[in-house]
Design a protein around this ligand. Structure first.
Ligand code: ATP
Length: 354
């Protein structure tokens, strides 16, 4: 049985339904991200798990206990928000101690736990500082320690990194994940940042308009998106229009394209093919049996790779070529052959557009 079970949860605000029949079973110790564009219902779903919002229908269970109508403070949940919601008038140590004091824990136990938590977030030397004396990253670490101090059953993180600058975000990503693993705490992480979700999660729940579009491991979501929405929202993707041919293959403006997973559908019907930029190369290889001719429209230097934008008969293709100091990228207007493997091209199912 799963540790956190969300079954058929729907939420309406007046006439607007913002979460529709949400079903999700999370295992103990799992790190699950809710990923989706602004307004898709991520925070509302998280707030229902926390108990700040009541579902219109459905149930939420934690460790077998129905908590759907339970007060937030009885659920034993820790939460960290986007804005550093530390108490400005309390020191770091008092912020971390807050939940334990409210729970009426003995003084000595609180002192030990605060010390332990500050060690865990590697800030024991800042115990007496006040929030305004901390950097954004330090404040979020303290917020994390405060959430974890009362040993919650579930940790809920609502875009905790989005107010921080890029470098701190990267290091805090790793820190949060390492801490979560060390404690084995079941965690839901809300983000609209696909890189964050891909790099941190055991599983990602991709949401759109209050519905789950796909739920799976990062590898699965990235490599085998269920539909056009997921494909467009997670990672960069080129879409080309083709026509189904006999035997499950496809033609793009007359050129045959072989797919490892043949696209079902009647011969002659239109089909949209999807390709990741890293799968398209300018050199052939025994694997890369598909070839389309393209014209270079643009070259963006990204450091380790140069991303080419090429027009082909069926659309636009992005291709990441490795940066080699000895060979500059092809100039605009050059006509090149593009090669890709049948394993790297897939037919999209119709769905919402990103
Ligand atoms: P963001 O990334 O911008 O925070 P989100 O995916 O977390 O977006 P929610 O905050 O869950 O989205 O909002 C989902 C929808 O519910 C939005 O259309 C929002 O306007 C609406 N909504 C949220 N809270 C309320 C409320 N208290 N009353 C009415 N509508 C609400």
């Amino acid at each position: 049985m799963s540790f956190l079970d969300i079954a058929g949860v729907t939420k309406s605000f007046g006439p607007n339904t913002v979460v529709h029949g949400f079903d999700l079973a999370i295992q103990k110790g799992e790190f699950v991200s809710f990923l989706g564009p602004s307004g898709c219902g991520k925070t509302t779903m998280l707030r229902m798990v926390a108990g700040f919002e009541l579902p219109t229908a459905g149930t939420i269970r934690i460790d077998g206990e129905d908590v759907t109508h339970q007060q937030p403070n009885r659920r034993r949940i820790g939460m960290v928000f986007q804005a550093y919601a530390l108490f400005p008038n309390l020191s770091v140590a008092d912020n971390v101690a807050f939940g334990l004091k409210v729970a009426g824990r003995p003084k000595r136990e609180i002192a030990l736990r605060v010390e332990e938590m500050l060690q865990l977030i590697k800030l024991p030397h800042l115990a007496d500082r006040y929030p305004y004396q901390l950097s954004g990253g330090q404040q979020q670490r303290v917020a994390l320690a405060r959430a974890l101090a009362p040993s919650p059953r579930v940790l809920l993180l609502d875009e905790p990194l989005s107010a921080l600058d890029a470098k701190i975000r990267l290091s805090l990503r790793e820190e949060i994940r390492a801490l979560q693993r060390e404690l084995g705490i079941t965690t839901i992480f809300v983000t609209h940042d696909q890189e964050e979700a891909l790099s941190m999660s055991d599983r990602i729940v991709v949401m759109s308009e209050g519905r789950i579009e796909q739920c799976g491991a990062p590898f699965e979501i990235y490599n085998r998106p269920n539909n056009r929405f997921v494909a467009g929202f997670v990672g960069t993707l080129s879409l080309i229009e083709g026509v189904r041919a006999a035997g499950g293959s496809v033609t793009v403006d007359g050129s045959p394209v072989t797919l490892a997973e043949p696209s079902p559908g009647a011969a002659g019907s239109p089909v949209t093919l999807a390709l990741r930029p890293e799968a398209v190369k300018l050199e052939p290889s025994p694997e890369r049996v598909n070839c389309l001719r393209g014209r270079v429209e643009d070259a963006h230097f990204l450091g380790s790779v140069v991303r080419l934008r090429l027009s082909v008969a069926g659309g636009t293709i992005l291709a990441d070529t490795f940066n080699r100091p000895t060979s500059p990228p092809p100039v605009r207007g050059t006509v090149v052959d593009l090669f890709f493997s049948p394993h790297d091209v897939f037919a999209l199912q119709p769905g919402a557009t990103p």
